[in-house]
Ligand binder design. Structure first.
Ligand SMILES: [Zn+2]
Length: 144
């Protein structure tokens, strides 16, 4: 039986939007001292959207975008994947420090637990940040 998962081609336009979101998160997460390179990679594991390699010593990072995704690359999803990858750059130095005590696999699990929590806060419809924005609006309307 053939794989029934959908495949979406990542176009130059998607890549350009992704790069824009990466720059935006780079600034928001205070990583402006990093040089982030973005490139497209062919023929990767189908469930991978992008992969990031960082050097905290040289303050560089490379994000490779997979050329086919199993999820529709909407603007919001491109933004979320950009956030995910830039968060990995942010947490990488902490992971490096933990390598003295824990395996890379365990550090990767811890890192992704944090990133998934942040993703839920920022991107899920019932996430706390959106919820708080709604509450702020209510407060404003009460205050006048
Ligand atoms: Zn990841």
């Amino acid at each position: 039986m053939e794989d029934q998962q959908p495949r979406y081609k990542i176009t130059e336009e998607h890549a350009a939007k992704f790069a824009y979101y990466v720059l935006d998160w780079q600034e928001k997460l205070s990583l402006s001292n990093y040089k982030i390179y973005i490139s497209m990679k062919h023929n990767r594991d189908e469930n991978t959207y992008a992969e990031t390699e960082s050097s905290s010593e040289y303050k560089t990072a490379t994000i490779e975008i997979n050329d086919y995704w199993v999820t529709d690359p909407t603007d919001e999803f491109l933004d979320e994947i950009a956030f995910h990858e830039v968060s990995e750059i942010l947490l990488y130095p902490m992971g490096e420090a933990l390598e003295k005590f824990y395996s890379k696999e365990y550090i990767n699990i811890l890192t992704h637990n944090i990133i998934r929590t942040w993703e839920n806060l920022i991107f899920r419809k019932d996430g706390m940040i959106r919820d708080r924005d709604i509450k702020k609006k209510k407060v404003k309307s009460i205050v006048g």
